[in-house]
Write a protein that binds this ligand. Structure first.
Ligand code: TPP
Length: 305
């Protein structure tokens, strides 16, 4: 969680200095979900995420170097510098993408789950998205087929209250996202996402059900993002008081306190913080010194039958 947090704080700084182009959507505040989910999954499982993808990719095992270089548009980045912030990809870790089209990737994830079932592989597909995405066609197409064919799919809605600047009650006719599961005959679960261990336990239960042929689960995890929707968001849709109140429940700080309470020494935590700091600063230096994305890579990446 700390690595993701510090990685993104440095990414924000580099973006403000004009070193990163395009969009940058930060995950700060939602880290417990990516980390808890990864702990619940097998290395072989497929993971899909939206454009808010850095945290999930790093939790799955992408190096800070490959992630930062991608933000900088460098050849050493996870997508050879062609994807940028919204399009991280890491085949080795079965992280099958950050996607910019809201909700469209749910149908893609259902396809991966179908493949796993068809080939009788012991794999589940996990798809993350925001609450806004559940109003989009791709979500319903994916959910419908997953429910009908009992696909090994875990749909995880990270309900961070705001779809860009629009609050949840203005985008949803129902109080919960999970009520949508009934229409597709799938199991569901809903909880607050601040406790990384609880996230792990509850996603593990859904993944186990999927592996055993019990079909998909729709999980709604209540969370909150501390930064704007993207770097260009002035955040006028919420008050400073609301933000400060939510920050009191910051899972990164709370987990530090919890470690101290269960007897982990302050020194040990400080050593961990130092190693995270070194890893992130090394990633920044690596990104700055890497070669820019190559035009040939772009040509060679075009598929033309
Ligand atoms: C199909 C489509 N429509 C609109 C957009 C523009 N857009 C980008 S992010 C966003 C809000 C999505 O909110 P949510 O799904 O709740 O995710 P969050 O950003 O809160 O994580 C919108 C409407 C888009 N990228 N794709």
């Amino acid at each position: 969680m700390l690595l993701i947090r510090r990685f993104e704080e440095e990414a924000a700084r580099a973006y403000a200095q004009g070193k990163i182009g395009g969009f940058l959507h930060l995950y700060i505040g939602q880290e417990a979900i990516a980390v808890g989910a990864d702990a619940a999954l097998h290395k072989d499982d497929y993971v899909f995420q939206t454009y808010r993808d850095h945290g999930t990719a790093i939790a799955r095992g992408m190096t800070a170097r490959a992630a930062m270089a991608e933000l900088y548009g460098k050849d050493t980045g996870c997508s050879r510098g062609l994807g940028g912030s919204m399009h991280f990809f890491d085949v080795e870790n079965n992280f099958l993408g950050g996607y910019g089209v809201v909700g469209g990737h749910v149908a893609v994830a259902a396809g991966a789950a179908f493949k796993a079932k068809y080939r009788k592989e012991d794999r589940v597909a996990v798809c993350f998205f925001g609450e806004g995405a559940t109003n989009i066609g791709g979500f319903h197409e994916g959910a419908s087929l997953a429910g009908l064919w009992k696909l090994p799919l875990v749909l995880i809605c990270e309900n961070n209250t705001y779809a860009m600047g629009t609050p949840f009650h203005r985008t949803s006719p129902s109080d919960t996202i999970t009520s949508k599961a009934a229409g597709y005959g799938m199991a569901h679960d809903r909880f607050e996402g601040g406790d990384v261990e609880e996230v792990q336990t509850r996603i593990a239960a859904a993944a186990a059900r999927a592996r055993e042929g019990g079909g998909p689960t729709l999980i709604e995890i209540m969370t909150y993002r501390f930064r704007g929707h993207s770097m260009s968001d002035p955040g006028k849709y919420r008050s400073r008081e609301e933000l400060e109140e939510r920050k009191k429940h910051d899972s990164v700080h709370l987990y530090r306190e919890r470690l101290l309470k269960v007897g982990v020494a302050e020194n040990e935590i400080k050593a961990l913080e130092k190693s995270v700091e070194d890893e992130v600063m090394d990633a920044v230096q690596f990104a700055e010194q890497s070669e820019p994305a190559k035009t040939e890579t772009m040509y060679n990446s075009i598929y033309a039958p």
